[in-house]
Structures are given as C-alpha cells and as structure tokens.
Design a protein around this ligand. Sequence first.
Ligand code: GTP
Ligand code: ZN
Length: 353
Amino acid sequence: MSTLQSYGWNAHFMHHFETNTHQNLEAARVLSIQGFKHLLITAEGNLDALLAGSLINSREPESLPKTGDWVLVKRYDEEGIIIDILPRINELSRKMPGSQSTRQVLAANVDAALIVQGLDRDFNLMRLQRYLQQIAQCYIRPIVVLNKTDLVPDPENYRLRVAELGYDCPVILTSALDEAQQSAWTNHHLLPGHTYILLGSSGVGKSTLVNSLLGHDLQETGATSSANSKGKHTTTTRQLVQLPNGSMIIDVPGMREFGLTSEDGDEGIHHPMIDALAPQCRFGDCTHQHEPGCAVVNAVENGDLPEIVYRSYQKLLREQNHFQASEADKRRMGKQFGKIAKQVSKHRKDRKY
Ligand SMILES: Nc1nc2c(ncn2[C@@H]2O[C@H](COP(=O)(O)OP(=O)(O)OP(=O)(O)O)[C@@H](O)[C@H]2O)c(=O)[nH]1
Ligand SMILES: [Zn+2]
C-alpha cells in the first residue's frame, strides 16, 4: 500500500485529482496547521507548506484547508505551496464558540467521531446528545467512549444509561491510563486507513487516550517535518496521527463548547425513536409540544420514550432555531450594509469626491 493510501487516499480523491487542470502538482493530506504553516503528508513523506495567496483570497475561512483535508501542492525545494483543495467527503463543524451563528470547521474527511466523556464529573447525557446530533448533521458516524472507568464503582451502569437513550452507536468503556485495555475495542472499532476524531470537554482524557493508543507520548515525540528535519516539536493542536494499527486519529484539545449549527436544507433534530413516532401524531406539522394526539408526548407519558431524550430534542430544536434566526439576521444586515455602501459610493461619484 502506498503512503497516501495508508492515509486514506481513495477513489473519490483520485477522481478529483485526475480531473484537476493544474500541472506538476502532488496530492497531500493536511496533518496539522500551526499559524501559516501546514504540515502535510505526501507520497514522499512529510512536507511543510504555506497557502498560495490566490487560495487565501478566493476562499471563505472555513473552506481553507483544515486538518484532514486533501490538497494539491507545488514543491519548491524543501517547502510546498498549497494551490487547491480536493472536494471534502464531509467536514466536522460546530458553532464558533462565542458567536451566534458562525460555523467553524474542525476537521475534514472524517469517518467517525469518538465522543469522549469522563465518568468522574463530566458524564452528561444532555451534552452527549448535542454531540450526537451535530455529528449526525455532519454525516459522521458517532462512537461514544466513556473514559475513567477506574474512578467509579459501576461503569456498566453508565453504559446502560447511554444505551437507553436509543441512539444507534457503539458505547465503549475504558480507562485511558491503562494501555492494555485499548486493544480490545480499538481492533474492532478503529479500522486501518480510516480517520477518527476525538471530541469531548477539556480534561476528559483525550490526549491521554491518544498516547495510550500510540504507545508513546505524542507531546514528546510530536510529528516533525522530515523535509527540514529540524527535529522541532509540533504542538498537538488538531493533529492527525497514524496509530500502530494503521487507523488515524485527530485530537481536538481544549474544547469548551460544541454548539449546534444548521445548514440550509437541514431538517431539524433527529432521534431514531422520535422519527419513528412523528408520523403517528394527529397533525402533520406537530411540534410535539402542546398538540392533542401527539404520539411523542404520549410516548414520554407512557415511559416508552426517555424524558431526557424529549428534553434534549426540544432544547436542541430551540438552539438550532436560534442559529438559523441569527444567521438570517446576519444575512439581512449584510445586504443592508451592501446597499448603504453602494449609496455612499454613488453619492461620492455624483459629487466627485
Ligand atoms: N483516573 C483517570 N484519569 C485519567 C484517565 N484518562 C485521563 N486521565 C487524567 O485526566 C487528566 C486530563 O487528561 P487529558 O488527556 O489531558 O484530557 P484532554 O481531554 O486531552 O484535555 P484537553 O487537552 O484540555 O482537551 C489528566 O490528569 C489525565 O491523567 C483515566 O482513564 N482515569
Ligand atoms: Zn407530535
């Protein structure tokens, strides 16, 4: 297998690579980004690269290369210039922390997301459901990892509570401090050539888990560019690393928020049981709140649908509506500003100043 294939190169990227009109460009994957410097993996190994000015000028920030992107790069001596990005299979986004309606892309071309919660203080089913919803919206498969099992007397009880939510996803119990525990689940869930991303609040043990999976400390041995081989450590900011079994993992350190976004064409909040019940509601446009004959509310009352799933559904729906409303406001403001700017420019022209 070639280096690129081992990093997830497939027919989708090959197709777009072959149809590109540029000459003498190599394909490469973005392993990490630090300021302007992009660390890439190419067929010949690591390469540091910068973005072409034309790329920066022609793209919105969220469509500039992110960790996990496949790019077209031109090599100049020991450095590369990224000329273009191959179309993404998917992108993992969240609401930009602190903003009302700005989307931030965390990584691109991800097969599955590992949602990590610590069983000490971090275990929270409402937060877990927010992650599950946002990840599903991004067309990414979720895997729930409940870490720090060594700190609670009955870890299985936590696994059951997640299973009772009714989502269709694996739930893994582990302690990242114990390296030996990792092979049992990773062999089954982390496949060679596939890309995984670790998500979860700060302190849940994501970096400890990566180190445990790697069998050594990423901080100490961080990837370096073999092209300039200065041996300098890279920090672990959204770094894609290959695990011994050939799978790849991206750690997103220091996450405080994971806000919901909304895309044009998104159809609200999804849960397998609510989706199955909704067609049985008396009204086709039932919001599952106060309407008579609501099958969802009935299921909560009968104990068939967990109340926490229902509460999460309503909360996430409000959040999504808020994102959409703020985005619409922003667009309107943008248009108004555009109009005013045009008027000012016309006024200046008319008056010749
Ligand atoms: N007892 C116990 N402690 C753990 C476990 N996993 C991680 N820790 C500890 O939890 C603390 C936080 O772990 P990190 O790996 O830094 O957490 P993180 O999720 O990477 O945090 P950020 O980098 O801030 O996002 C460290 O002191 C770890 O040693 C575990 O399974 N059991
Ligand atoms: Zn209903």
